[in-house]
Design a protein around this ligand. Structure first.
Ligand code: ADP
Ligand code: GLC
Length: 494
């Protein structure tokens, strides 16, 4: 019998995306389906999702579902579509009051209510679809209440007797913490909230902690990060909680969708290329530099950054190293949006050094592909990085990554010099250990120097382009975890 898996996330590509979670939620279901699972994906229906473009259909059988949040009954309905290149059914939970706000995540005072509604609606949709999943794979804090709801509020419904949960942590830094009043809004039993209790963290209600403690199995998105989060340095206050579930915590490296991210077929880049014929890469570089009114010189490396511009991504050490890295003989193109002071920094740099550095401050999917294809070097100096996808895309595009050795960056990028043994190396990039401007500068300098020796550079690019991070292997590991979750559930409840 086919394993039935519900994947629940706050964003999924191509419908709604702010970061890597969307890439994963949009591609893992397809890989699972290929391996024989029956998969349904659940995301909120934000107003930005174009119904016509993606062929959304209103589900008339279900009609309007009354869902209670914070004492009010909201009317929720369901749209459905099929995930491109698959038969995966996508279920869009629509509640205009909460999701038609022009942003996926907000700082509004009812942010808790938005995802309480989403979590309840997913469960009530499953009831109405009469589809019992073997496992609900929840992702990040927005879905953290689902495991608790199944074990408590919706326990009465025998259709979920055999449904287990896997909670996937994409970033422990974002925890969904709210004031005690959220208990009432979410209809969580008051006796679960007490100091160090299962839904309490430092006086607040924590959706992330709830997800961690009520799921059968937990995983995060790389092996190294699964160890790092057990330490106070990386655990963001939840390390002790995670240590208490160490036996049930696993690391599975994200895969990537090479149908979307492949320089041979990428629909967003003007010139395709491959290991056999690399000539398109330099044409893309010329094209991109011209687009930004920057001079083109094939001997000067172009360094790309595509990132949320937040502290996590290492912009603190970037700023610290600014004088020295701007002294390197390289050009820079940055795509991203986020914290204002860093955005201002890039505006200022572009104003003073327009030939050397340009920045597009916003979200632009097409440009993110073009930067991957056109750049020679890709910088990702993250303070911590659960997995990171851009360095993996970079490898495929022959764009040599320079990264800090942390989380998924450490698991995917192998330092050219460190890996060197008797003149032979599998190195595919450059990396550094210290979270310091100096370490960042030294690694970037090593990359810039290596760029000028074509033989070396070609070998580094070759090693990267040859590596394979497609989903197959990782999706097989998810299936193992789903099976483990089912077993664990059986042990606990029969
Ligand atoms: P995170 O999820 O922490 O932001 P990842 O490296 O896992 O980091 O994934 C980021 C994803 O978001 C990548 O697909 C990247 O191309 C995309 N991305 C980030 N910022 C932008 C942007 N400003 N415009 C377009 N795509 C972006
Ligand atoms: C988070 C992490 C990132 C990871 C992504 C997808 O946004 O910050 O490292 O790649 O989720 O799992």
């Amino acid at each position: 019998m086919k394993m039935k898996i519900a994947i629940v996330a706050a964003e999924a590509f191509p419908y709604a995306k702010t970061g890597g979670l969307a890439d994963v939620a949009g591609s893992l279901p397809k890989a699972l389906e290929k391996l024989g699972c029956e998969v349904k994906l659940f995301i909120p229906k934000y107003s930005s999702i174009d119904e016509n473009k993606y062929g959304l259909r209103y589900n008339w059988t279900i009609g309007e579902m009354p869902i209670r949040v914070n004492g009010y009954v909201r009317s929720v309905h369901l749209h459905q579509a099929t995930l491109p290149d698959s038969n995966v059914e996508v279920n869009f939970i629509d509640c205009p009051h909460y999701f038609h706000r022009g942003r996926i995540y907000t700082n509004d005072s009812d942010e808790d209510e938005r995802f309480i509604l989403f979590s309840k609606s997913v469960i009530e949709t499953l009831q109405r679809l009469k589809w019992t999943p073997d496992v609900i794979n929840c992702n990040d804090w927005q879905t953290g209440l689902i495991p608790l709801y199944l074990k408590d509020n919706y326990k009465w419904d025998r259709m979920f007797d055999n449904t287990a949960t896997l909670f996937t942590i994409h970033n422990i830094g974002y925890q969904g913490r709210f004031s005690k009043s959220t208990l009432l809004a979410a209809e969580i039993r008051g006796n679960l909230f007490y100091p160090n209790g299962p839904v309490e963290h430092d006086g607040s209600v924590s959706f992330m902690k709830t997800g961690i403690l009520f799921s059968e199995i937990i995983n995060t998105v790389s092996n190294t990060y699964s160890h790092e989060i057990l330490t106070p340095e990386y655990g963001a206050g939840l390390d002790a909680v995670l240590r208490s579930r160490k036996e049930d915590l696993f690391g599975v490296l994200n895969g990537v969708d090479y149908n979307e991210w492949n320089p041979e077929t990428d629909k967003y880049i003007p010139f395709h290329y491959s290991l056999k014929d690399m000539s398109g890469k330099i044409k893309n570089k010329k094209f991109l530099l011209e687009h930004f009114n920057m001079p083109f010189n094939e001997n000067i490396p172009l360094i790309g950054i595509v990132s949320r511009i937040v502290e996590q991504k290492g912009f603190d050490i970037f700023s610290e190293a600014l004088n020295s890295i701007m002294g390197l003989n390289a050009q820079w193109i940055i795509l991203g949006s986020g914290e204002e002071h860093y955005e201002d920094l890039f505006r200022m740099l572009h104003k003073h050094l327009p030939q050397k550095i340009s920045a597009y401050l916003g979200f632009n999917n097409e440009l993110s592909h073009l930067i991957e294809a056109a750049s020679d070097i890709f910088l990702m100096p993250s303070r911590y990085e659960p997995c990171g996808l851009n360095q993996i895309y970079s490898l495929k595009y022959g764009t040599v990554p320079v990264v800090k050795k942390t989380g998924g960056l450490a698991d995917t990028v192998k330092d050219w010099d460190e890996e060197m043994h008797f003149g032979f190396t599998h190195g595919n990039g450059f990396s550094f250990y210290d979270h310091s401007g100096f370490a960042l500068y030294k690694s970037t300098e090593r990359a810039v120097n290596a760029f000028s020796t074509k033989e070396v550079w070609n070998k580094i690019m070759y090693n990267g382009m040859n590596s394979d991070f497609s989903w197959q292997r990782s999706a097989e590991k998810y299936i193992e975890l789903y099976k483990l979750a089912v077993l664990k559930h059986r042990e606990l409840f029969t």
